[in-house]
Design a protein around this ligand. Structure first.
Ligand code: RIB
Length: 338
């Protein structure tokens, strides 16, 4: 059965253009519209009857609940999602939960009252209990978790954080570092736990074990990374490299190193995670494990809208591969450290 993507390919246009021609949600040049209609006829494309029937009752609005849109990583994810949704004629209503479960539930009720067609949740409390409440209050509402592990019966889109942790450990070990500290997110933070699992695996593969005296838990903020780094750098035997599980905490580590008179990377190497836009403009520019925030958001929008428009099933998990981005904040162990 032909899909909207087949029609777009045949007509030589984007999926969003096909959607606008079908739904009349935006002006499309007559010649382009004709190409689309010809392709629909040739391929015998017919949007799913149920989906089209429901389309009439659609608001073409997606709802999103995030921990804090002030975090640059979350902001980049939101931008990717909103841009992809807009291309398909959908708008986005955003709520910040500040990782407060009660506020998260009130956010959901507010979004539900606005008859959203689909829900995206990117918080640390996107657990089964919350999803059961959503199902009870909005049976069958299409929903998707972002930056989260898969939950029973709910699609999740996230980076492969275990792989990201291993990449970070492998880089620093490969540079010759052996006293590697890591600053994780809060205990329940699933992404951090996966990164730590990967970090430990990376050390294990090199015949090493995690030195628990070099592990600190923080809160994914600059202040948290700064405080954790001051503790680590005050140890009798301080680390020669720090792997922070997000770039915001790595910014705090850079500040702490500067205060302690440690040049980066000569006296201390620093590795982050996320590759937020700021990372490339720090002094020195931050080496990091990139998870493509924009792609995460765009993929979430595409999956939900394809599900709504085509009734295409939502997969259990879409895991996007992270990649290393080498910049000036990671060097080699100094002769003293060696
Ligand atoms: O900066 C926020 C961090 O927490 C990111 O690494 C993202 O994965 C989120 O879980």
């Amino acid at each position: 059965m032909a899909t909207i993507r087949d029609v777009a390919r045949a007509a030589g246009v984007s999926v969003s253009t096909v959607s606008h021609v079908i739904n009349g949600t935006r002006f499309v040049a007559p010649e382009t519209a004709r190409l689309v209609r010809d392709a629909i006829g040739t391929l015998g494309y017919a949007p799913n009857g149920i989906a089209r029937a429901l389309k009439g009752s659609r608001t073409r609005t997606l709802g999103m609940i995030v921990t804090a849109s002030s975090n640059p990583f979350f902001a980049q994810v939101i931008h990717g999602l909103e841009t992809a949704a807009f291309e398909r004629g959908y708008s986005l209503i955003l709520c910040n939960s500040d990782d407060d479960l009660d506020k998260q539930l009130r956010c959901f009720d507010s979004l539900h009252s606005r008859r959203i067609d689909g829900l995206v949740v990117m918080t640390s409390n996107a657990d089964l209990a919350f999803l059961e409440v959503v199902e009870a209050r909005a049976p069958g509402l299409p929903r998707l978790l972002l930056d989260s592990p898969p939950r029973d019966g709910c699609c999740a889109v996230a980076d492969d954080s275990v792989r990201g942790g291993r990449l970070g450990a492998g880089l620093l070990l490969g540079c010759g570092f052996r006293r590697i500290a890591c600053i994780t997110g809060p205990g329940p933070h699933q992404r951090s736990r996966s990164r730590f699992e990967g970090f430990a695996l990376g050390l294990e593969e090199a015949g090493l074990a995690v030195d628990r005296s070099l592990v600190r838990e923080a809160d994914l903020t600059m202040a948290g990374g700064y405080a954790a780094a001051l503790e680590l750098l005050a140890l009798p035997e301080p680390p020669d490299a720090v792997f922070a599980f997000n770039d915001m905490m790595a910014v705090g580590v850079l500040r702490a190193a500067q205060e302690r008179g440690l040049r980066v990377p000569d006296a201390l190497s620093v590795l982050g995670y996320d590759d937020i836009e700021l990372a490339a403009y720090l002094t020195p520019p931050l080496s990091t494990v990139r998870q493509s925030a924009g792609a995460l958001g765009a993929r979430a929008a595409e999956l939900l809208i394809d599900h709504l428009e085509e009734e295409r099933p939502l997969p259990d998990l879409i895991s996007l591969p992270p990649e290393l981005v080498l910049r000036g904040s990671v060097g080699r162990p100094s002769t003293r450290q060696a």
